[in-house]
Design a protein. Structure first.
Ligand code: TYM
Length: 332
């Protein structure tokens, strides 16, 4: 019996993923790849919406793929590939863009934030159509579920709307995907500004823990994380956002419940708690980092794995694209 389909991806927009990507997405991906037929892409076309040095983008694409594998995504089991190596993504995006309202696309909060931050003249059209390319990613694979952090929820909802619109106009073509968002870990916050989400594009590096950083650097960042003056290790998102964020990270990486961690550190100060978390982080990411660096030592082998996975992805994607092209009236 065929397994339900899963699709997700990340932008290769930095030399390393940050632990929000790991906790908000990669852990779920790894756990779900058994029960689902999974497709994981490195979305390099999406990354072109930001200024890039070409050689750096190529490196970051490999580095992102290596981190997927190091985190436990198995390229023999799941289809792990680079978006631009499957041309159907850009092709389907064009068709979907002709069915997306200008107002509808203008309402995407991530676009609004970014265009507001950079100003209209520095905002490229690719940033505007970015969610439509994401819809194409998902719909090409007849996806059932899309595990993401909560910042991507609106994009998955647009994807559902576009799929329903297309199906309504041309007959059953796309499966309607469901976003899957882990309530507790959907948003990991910046260690220096626990009201902002941790992000690869954060202005300051001090609050971002990178998966590929030297463990001692990550440990230092945790020791310096912003907390509060109360001194008790207690989850209270509203009044203690810094400590609560650290508790969420601790729980996610150990598989423990927050109350059991609160108990362990009851009556002890933040110093002890941070030291404990730093140890957890070093233990978790030490082996992941070592494995990723080992994979990056042999880029030819990595490229070979990615190419064969892209061929597998293409087979599925081409079928959907062909159906779409025929339905909208393109001469086959
Ligand atoms: P990206 O590259 O920004 O992030 C990759 C994944 O990590 C999650 N994430 C977080 N989760 C918790 N806390 C955080 N601080 C945090 N930061 C990031 C994101 O929610 C995401 O799941 N548009 C997407 C990439 C994409 C995609 C797709 C995803 C392109 N096509 C198709 C799913 C399906 C993006 O920019 O993710």
């Amino acid at each position: 019996m065929s397994r339900p389909r899963l699709y997700s991806g990340m932008q290769p927009s930095a030399d390393s993923l940050q632990i929000g990507n790991y906790i908000g997405a990669l852990i779920q991906w790894r756990d779900l790849q058994e029960a689902y037929e999974a497709f994981f892409s490195v979305v390099d076309l999406h990354a072109l919406t930001q200024p890039n040095d070409p050689e750096e983008l190529r490196q970051q694409t490999r580095r992102t793929a290596a981190q997927y594998i190091a985190a436990g995504i198995e390229p023999s089991k799941s289809t792990l590939y680079v978006q631009s190596q499957v041309p159907a993504h850009a092709q389907l995006q064009w068709v979907l863009s002709t069915m997306t309202g200008f107002g509808e696309a203008s309402r995407m909060t991530q676009f609004k934030d970014k265009s507001h931050r950079y100003g209209a003249d520095k905002t490229n059209v690719g940033l505007f159509t970015y969610p439509i390319l994401m819809a194409a990613d998902i719909l090409l694979y007849q996806t059932d579920i899309v595990p993401v952090g909560d910042d991507q929820k609106q994009h998955v909802e647009l994807t559902r709307d576009l799929a329903e619109r297309f199906n309504g106009r041309y007959g059953e073509t796309f499966r309607i995907p469901m976003p899957v968002i882990q309530r507790d870990t959907a948003r990991i916050y910046d260690l220096q500004n626990p009201l902002a989400k941790m992000s690869k594009s954060a202005e300051s590096d001090a609050g971002v823990v990178w998966m590929l950083d030297d463990p001692s650097v990550s440990a230092k960042k945790i020791m310096r994380a912003v907390t509060d003056s109360e001194g008790s290790v207690r989850f209270d998102k509203e009044n203690k956002p810094g400590v609560s964020n650290l508790l969420v990270i601790y729980a996610a990486l150990t598989g423990r419940q927050i109350p059991s961690i609160e108990d362990e550190y009851a009556g002890r100060g933040y110093g002890d708690f941070k030291k404990g978390l730093a140890e957890v982080v070093v233990e978790e990411f030490g082996p992941v980092r070592a494995r990723a660096l080992e994979l990056l030592d042999d880029p030819a082998e990595l490229d070979r794995i990615l190419a064969s996975n892209a061929a597998r992805a293409s087979e599925v994607a081409e079928k959907t694209l062909d159906d779409v092209y025929a339905k909208v009236g393109l001469l086959r």
